[in-house]
Design a protein around this ligand. Structure first.
Ligand code: PAF
Length: 282
C-alpha cells in the first residue's frame, strides 16, 4: 500500500491510474478504523480498480465543546488494517493540504438547507457544512469515480448525495449497510468511549429501534405513538434521547400518508457519549 500526505504525492499515484484508464474509489474516513470502515474498503474494491482511503480528522465538522481534541487518532494501526483490507493508497493529508488558508479562512460550503438543518443538523449546527466542505475538497483532490459511505451516518449519506447532484460531480456514491457488533451496536469510533456497563446499555439502542421499526411496518400503526414508546424504553436504559423519529427515507421529510419507504433515526446520549443509529422501515 502506498502513502500520500500531500497533493503532490497523491497525484503522483492517481495521475498514472487515470492515464491507464483505471477506475478509482474513495473511502473518506477520520481514522480509528474498525470493521465498519474495512467493509467500506472491501465494497470499494468491488466498484473500482484502485482504492484510496483518506484519513483526516476534520476540524470543520466538530462544534464547540465536541470531541475534536480527544477524537481517537491511531494512524499506525489504521495503516496496518488498510493494507490487510486491500487498500491501494492511504491519503493522510496534513491541515495545510486540506485547508491551505486554515479551516476558518478558506472557502466553506453550505450543505443543502432543510436536509442538513434537521435531526443531526439541529443538534450539531454547522456539522454538515463542515462535512460537505471537506468531502468536496477530498473529491477535488482525489478525483475518484466512486465514493463509498456507510448508512450508519444515513443523513450524511443523503447530504453527500445532494452535494454530488447539486455541484455536478461525476462520482457514483455507493452506500453500505451498517456493520454491527455481535449485540447489534452499530460500529463507531465513539464506542471506544463507552465503559462495560455503558456498552451493554448502548446495545439496547439497536434492539429497541429494531422492535419499533418492526411494529411500524404493521398497517395503521401511529408513528408518533411508537416514537414516544421507544423514547420511554430507551430512557429506562439510561439512554438519554436527543431525537428519535420516523422520516421519509428519500429526503428525511416527515412522512405523509401513503409514504412507503421510511427510516427510523435516533441519537442518544450514553453518559458523555453521543451515539447515532438508524434502520429502514419497510
Ligand atoms: O463519516 C465520517 O467519518 C466523516 O464525516 C467524513 C465523511 C470522513 C468527513 O470528514
Amino acid at each position: 500500500m502506498e502513502l500520500a500526505e500531500n497533493r503532490g504525492q497523491l497525484w503522483s499515484f492517481t495521475r498514472p491510474w487515470k492515464k491507464k484508464g483505471l477506475k478509482s474509489a474513495l473511502v473518506p474516513t477520520m481514522g480509528n478504523l474498525h470493521d465498519g470502515h474495512l467493509a467500506l474498503v472491501k465494497a470499494a474494491r468491488e466498484h473500482a480498480d484502485r482504492v484510496v482511503t483518506s484519513i483526516y480528522v476534520n476540524p470543520a465538522q466538530f462544534g464547540e465543546g465536541e470531541d475534536f481534541d480527544s477524537y481517537p487518532r491511531t494512524l499506525e494501526s489504521d495503516l496496518r488494517k488498510l493494507e490487510t483490507a486491500g487498500c491501494d493508497l492511504a491519503f493522510v493529508p496534513d491541515n495545510k493540504t486540506m485547508y491551505p488558508w486554515g479551516p476558518e479562512n478558506g472557502v466553506r460550503l453550505l450543505a443543502a438547507r432543510g436536509l442538513s438543518t434537521i435531526l443531526e443538523g439541529a443538534s450539531r449546527p454547522g456539522h454538515f457544512d463542515g462535512v460537505v466542505t471537506v468531502v468536496a475538497r477530498l473529491f477535488n483532490l482525489v478525483c475518484p469515480d466512486v465514493a463509498v459511505f456507510g448508512e450508519k451516518d444515513y443523513q450524511q449519506l443523503l447530504v453527500i448525495r445532494r452535494l454530488v447532484e447539486d455541484l455536478g460531480y461525476r462520482i457514483k456514491i455507493v452506500p453500505l449497510s451498517t456493520v454491527r457488533e455481535s449485540g447489534g451496536l452499530a460500529m463507531s469510533s465513539r464506542n471506544n468511549y463507552l465503559d462495560t456497563t455503558q456498552r451493554k446499555a448502548a446495545g439496547q439502542l439497536n434492539r429497541i429501534l429494531q422492535d419499533t421499526a418492526d411494529r411500524a411496518a404493521v398497517a395503521d400503526t401511529k408513528l408518533d405513538l411508537l416514537e414516544h414508546q421507544a423514547t420511554v424504553k430507551l430512557e429506562a436504559q439510561q439512554l438519554r434521547v436527543d431525537y428519535l423519529a420516523f422520516r421519509r427515507a428519500s429526503d428525511l421529510e416527515i412522512p405523509k400518508a401513503g409514504d412507503r419507504a421510511l427510516r427510523l433515526l435516533a441519537a442518544v446520549w450514553c453518559g458523555q457519549t453521543r451515539l447515532i443509529d438508524n434502520l429502514p422501515v419497510n
